[in-house]
Design a protein around this ligand. Structure first.
Ligand code: GDP
Ligand code: MN
Length: 395
């Protein structure tokens, strides 16, 4: 789960991480009032959306007086911001963060994230802050430093010091930096975060160390332990298909592409996404329909995949164990009845690979059905290649 920057900063403040003074505003008047209370020489007006890259997209404004605060708030509230992280459709700004401006001397990068290979949390730091870290990682990976954190010991002070020196902080602020690292790590662990990213972490002209931006992501599986975090959920920022699928009990993740897939079992679903990519397709989603899928559930899954015209083709990849192939086949036939008025066609080509329990009956159901654009595949590879090809032809 993702939250807004102002919410992340409020959490971090509680753990002793130095963040600018400020708070959220939902209206122009609230923004001006906030700025008045702050009384800073420079007030930063920041668009709050669940995406980064706002600076470059004009979502971060520096106001010198209350009139400018009003002007920027009017400009940003209700505006659709398109950043490199929002996708071309952008995100509508509904909230602002109004905070005291900082005199930036230099911008750094600092984050904590789970490292799968190391099976531990890794702290990453770089002198190259304020820019897209993915770019630094791709072009100059030697400029990103890492400290792997032993889960039994936690972030050792010597690791924080070593990182602060590698990041090239001036000597006189090293203590402030290590203190911030240790506090940020404590917040990361205590709140069951999956990511804590400060970009930029800034050194100011006054030699202060401040988290100027803050992004916290939370482990969904641990949310039950954090009702306070759960209450910060902003559903309007989340993918509407994912929300809908979650309510139906479907494990669905929107991946943004146009080749959809419906699979049973999380492992097979991941392998299916991989194989679609392997054959040059852009997977639209990860979808595990589970082992107990009823025809109704499958029809719902079809609707979600097709919603908004996202899927240009669907690959159904079922290995029937607990799931019965005949029920899945019936689900596809029922889905066609619900989706298309004549029940004889689906809006996009569907390639089906069925294997396992009741497979003969399943194949028969599909063969006997009046749906025109369902194609049977013998193997997973063959099916994946076929659907990618069909989507490319259709485009
Ligand atoms: P992002 O672009 O969405 O990651 O938003 P950030 O919070 O990182 O802000 C983008 C950029 O705005 C930063 O890298 C800074 O250069 C600039 N910025 C943000 N706050 C301040 C501030 O208080 N003073 C100054 N001078 N610049 C700021
Ligand atoms: Mn940033």
């Amino acid at each position: 789960m993702n939250i807004h920057e102002y919410q992340s900063k409020a959490i971090l403040r509680g753990y002793g991480v130095n963040v600018p003074d400020g708070g959220a505003a939902f209206t122009v008047d609230e923004a001006v009032k906030q700025a008045q209370t702050l009384g800073a020489d420079v007030t930063v007006v920041k668009a709050q959306i669940h995406a980064g890259g706002r600076g470059k997209a004009g979502g971060v404004k520096l106001a010198r007086n209350l009139n400018e605060v009003r002007q920027y708030a009017e400009e940003l509230l209700g505006k659709t911001l398109v950043t490199h992280q929002t996708g071309p459709e952008g995100k509508v700004v509904k909230r602002l963060l109004i905070e005291a401006g900082s005199n930036i001397k230099k911008e750094y990068y600092l984050s904590f994230v789970g490292d799968r290979k190391g099976a531990c949390v890794v702290m990453m730091g770089s002198e190259e802050g304020g820019v897209e870290i993915e770019k630094v990682a791709a072009e100059t990976p030697e400029k990103i430093f890492k400290e792997y954190i032993d889960p039994a010991i936690g972030l050792a002070p010597f690791q924080a010091t070593r990182m602060a020196y590698k990041m090239n902080f001036p000597k006189e602020v090293i203590r402030k930096v290590t203190k911030l690292m240790i506090n940020l790590h404590r917040a990361f662990v205590k709140k069951d975060c999956s990511l804590a990213e400060i970009n930029p972490l800034v050194l100011t002209e006054e030699n202060d160390i401040i988290a100027l931006d803050a992004k916290l992501n939370f482990d969904d599986s641990a949310l039950y332990r954090h009702p306070d975090v759960e209450s910060l959920r902003d559903e309007t920022e989340e993918d509407s298909k994912e929300l809908h699928a979650a309510k139906l009990g479907l494990n669905y993740v929107n991946l943004g592409g146009n080749v959809a897939c419906m699979v049973n079992g999380a492992g097979l679903a991941m392998a299916t996404v991989d194989i679609l990519k392997h054959f040059g397709g852009e997977p639209a989603n990860f979808l595990d329909v589970g082992g107990d899928s009823t025809p109704e559930k499958i029809a719902e899954a079809f609707k979600i995949m097709l919603d908004g015209g996202q899927a240009k083709g669907i690959f159904v990849n079922i290995f029937g164990g607990i799931n019965k192939c005949d029920l899945v086949a019936q689900g596809i036939v029922d889905a066609a009845k619900i989706i298309s008025p004549d029940g004889k066609s689906l809006p996009v080509p569907v390639v089906v690979r069925l294997e396992g329990t009741n497979v003969e009956r399943g194949r028969e159901i599909l063969k006997e059905s009046p749906i025109a654009n369902v194609i049977m595949a013998e193997t997973m590879e063959g099916g994946a290649e076929k659907i990618v090809q069909l989507v490319k032809q259709g485009a």
